[in-house]
Design a protein around this ligand. Structure first.
Ligand code: SF4
Ligand code: SF4
Length: 437
């Protein structure tokens, strides 16, 4: 994709210099290339029951039928039926399925990027097992290739292609960590030639949220882990995964896994970031063609293990709390019980949200939506559902285990002048460490 970029009009950005016809052709070609057998089966099996609509927070928050999840696949579906379905020649000849146009793709950019967080709640609700979240992710590949990505996300993509991170070039990492180390009074090793654990970060942790980085350092140092961060592989958030930029997704994944191998680390620790988990835990093996040569764990499961093994101990907080389940970590990642065990170790009386666990409602900011400024009004409507559910619990504290969810919820709280802090599970553990030395 060219680095030249221009905003066509609000709600529809484009990158590069392709004319409209070439954009449509590129998008369709990429959609068609994505149709493996399973995608085709998914697209063929919808029975139009509408159950996915009531699962989607964007539909719930607005009542607008255009946010019905399966409709987000419409141009993808049309490309399939015109190109590779068994009846494609007939459907084309009779004009029964229209070819997607640039106007369709324009409308689709908003549906795919502004109003889908790839949270998978619709996937869970669908009686036919249609994985809409996965198909949205595949559809984004075509949009990226056609230069049809929200400009805010495209900007981040260009930074990550150049720097290996949306936050900073790798060469600046030692200075950033040294500064965080001074500010928080904790040792944060960087670029060690040998370690057992490679620790990665989300971009916000290298900027305004270094407290999360310091919390991780306090826990790991207390547990006596031989760990390091490393300038050659440190940003786990993987903007390529969100944007549909497969080449970048592979580059970012390899930077982490290959750096772990280089320093002899058997494990990569992911930060409190949901999409990092989706990209590294579930998709990394595709770039290696075999089982991954390193173990990849999310911060929540690592905390759970450290507590269970007695390598750290925490003092109980003694309050009630409710927990926002990050979609990529819990619904799509399976870590529902691990987070609750850590909350129990912290002595919280857990008051569950009405929608929780694998059925939890998304924060509204996943899949890059939090970084897409033009989606802010829609995000805010989603926030109001979460706020109502949190208030209904009567819980004293509000905790989550994804930094991006936390940022999204904090933005919502600020806009709504809601004064409930959103707390990080990791930072709570770090604050409550019992010093046994
Ligand atoms: S993946 Fe989530 S945001 Fe996207 S359509 Fe499904 S429920 Fe809605
Ligand atoms: S829930 Fe599944 S079968 Fe029903 S309309 Fe949605 S995608 Fe189609």
């Amino acid at each position: 994709m060219s680095t030249a970029a221009a905003t066509a009009k609000p709600g529809f950005d484009r990158q590069g210099t392709l004319d409209d016809g070439a954009r449509v052709d590129t998008a369709i070609r990429t959609f068609v290339a994505e149709f493996g057998r399973s995608a085709a089966l998914h697209l063929e099996s919808c029975v139009h029951c509408g159950l996915c609509a009531d699962a989607c927070h964007f539909h719930l928050a607005t009542g607008d039928a255009k946010y019905t999840p399966v409709l987000k696949l419409e141009p993808f579906r049309r490309a399939y039926f015109r190109s590779t379905s068994p009846l494609a020649p007939l459907l084309r000849a009779l004009g029964l399925v229209k070819a997607p146009t640039i106007a369709d793709l324009q409308q689709w950019q908003e549906l795919l990027y502004d109003s889908c967080t790839m949270c998978g709640r619709c996937t869970l609700a669908c009686p036919m097992g249609i994985d809409i979240a996965e198909l949205v992710k595949e559809a984004r590949h075509g949009m990226f290739e056609a230069g049809l990505v929200p400009e805010r996300l495209a900007l981040m993509d260009r930074a990550a292609r150049q720097w290996g991170s949306t936050a900073t070039p790798g060469e600046d990492l030692p200075d950033i960590l040294a500064e965080a180390s001074r500010e928080h009074g904790v040792e944060i090793p960087c670029d060690l030639p040998q370690a057992d654990l490679l620790v990665t970060a989300a971009p916000a942790e290298l900027g305004e949220h270094t407290g999360a980085l310091a919390a991780a350092a306090k826990v790991l140092n207390r547990a006596g882990v031989r760990w390091t961060m490393h300038r050659e592989g440190f940003d786990a958030s993987n903007i390529g995964f969100n944007n549909g930029d497969l080449a970048l997704q592979e580059k970012l994944t390899r930077s982490i896994v290959d750096t772990a191998l280089k320093i002899g680390a058997s494990t990569v620790l992911l930060p409190e970031c949901g999409h990092a988990y989706g990209a590294a835990r579930w998709e990394a093996a595709r770039w290696y063609g075999q089982a991954l040569p390193v173990r990849i764990v999310h911060m929540t499961e690592y905390l759970d293990e450290l507590i269970a093994d007695g390598r750290i101990r925490v003092a109980p907080v003694g309050a009630s709390a409710t927990f926002h389940d990050p979609c990529q970590i819990v619904r799509r990642g399976g870590l529902e019980a691990a987070a609750r065990r850590v909350l129990a170790a912290l002595g919280f009386e857990l008051k569950e949200l009405e929608a929780h666990g694998v059925g939890g409602l998304c924060c509204g900011g996943g899949g890059g939506v939090v970084s897409n400024q033009r989606a802010a009004p829609l995000r805010q409507k989603v926030f109001e559902i979460k706020r109502a559910q949190v208030e209904a619990t009567g819980a004293e504290r509000f905790v989550t285990s994804c930094g991006q969810c936390r940022i999204t919820l904090e933005m919502g709280a600020r806009a709504a002048q809601w004064d409930k802090p959103v707390e990080s599970l990791l930072e709570l553990v770090a604050d409550r460490l019992v010093d046994e030395r």
